[in-house]
Design a protein around this ligand. Structure first.
Ligand SMILES: Nc1ncnc2c1ncn2[C@@H]1O[C@H](COP(=O)(O)OP(=O)(O)OP(=O)(O)O)[C@@H](O)[C@H]1O
Ligand SMILES: [Mg+2]
Length: 215
């Protein structure tokens, strides 16, 4: 879809599912192939985005932040990220790996916080000016397992990591629902598989897609 062989790959899944791990492994692999790789995270990736990240994750008033304001802050961060970083990189044929993207809003603010999914989809299209990942890797993990990993990792739980179990169950169901509705874009992986096995499958999927593109 993008010019000169770039690809836009987003990584989705709940806290502790292994997104950052897989992005790091894929980045290493692609760099070794001589590709230019741009890794971005949400919220963040621009000056505005990193400020928004601070607000969403750590600001003193975070606990009283309403769902609507939260959604719009994520959207603002994403809009700037696409305009400043993602679109220019794809135009230059680079590989862009995004730690979360539009699906996170649908799932966390829509399914999780129960705002209108239809509205969120419209907002996503507006913020990204229609930019859709070529491939979305969904790392699917049972809720209990995810919380366990988060605890093992230690540190203080941030605002998004402090919700009740039912919230995370809705998030997981939301992700699986999105993936089922768009199987061409999603690669769903069992996040309990060994890291190397997941990484190998992701590489294979990219290779397959690039081959069919050049066929
Ligand atoms: N396939 C795997 N099997 C077992 N443990 C894993 C696997 N992948 C990652 N982990 C471990 O789980 C923890 C969370 O991984 P990681 O930080 O990559 O998740 P994440 O999805 O980026 O989480 P967050 O949303 O909080 O940023 C880490 O300790 C990591 O080493
Ligand atoms: Mg991470």
């Amino acid at each position: 879809m993008q010019k000169k062989g770039g690809m836009f790959i987003s990584f989705e899944g709940s806290e502790g599912a292994g997104k950052s791990t897989q992005i790091r492994l894929l980045e290493e692999y692609l760099l070794a192939q001589g590709r230019i790789v741009r890794v971005v995270r949400e919220p963040g990736g621009t000056s505005l985005g990193e400020d928004v990240r601070q607000i969403l994750k750590h600001a003193a008033y975070g606990a009283s932040l309403g769902a609507e304001a939260e959604l719009l802050l994520f959207a603002a961060s994403r809009a700037q990220l696409v305009r400043e970083v993602v679109s220019p990189a794809l135009d230059q044929g680079q590989m862009v790996l995004s730690d979360r993207f539009t699906d996170s809003s649908v799932v966390y603010q829509g399914w999780g916080r129960e705002l209108s999914v239809d509205f969120i989809e419209v907002l996503n299209r507006f913020a990204t000016r229609g930019t859709v990942p070529d491939l979305t890797v969904l790392l699917d993990l049972p809720v209990e397992e995810g919380l366990l990993r988060a605890r093992q990792r230690g540190g203080k739980a941030d605002r998004m990591e402090s919700m009740e179990n039912a919230f995370y169950e809705r998030v997981r169901a939301g992700y699986l629902n999105l993936a089922a509705a768009d199987p061409g874009r999603f690669l769903v992986m069992d996040a309990r598989l060994p890291q190397a096995a997941i990484a190998a499958k992701i590489r294979e999927e990219i290779r397959k897609r690039e081959e069919s593109e050049h066929a």
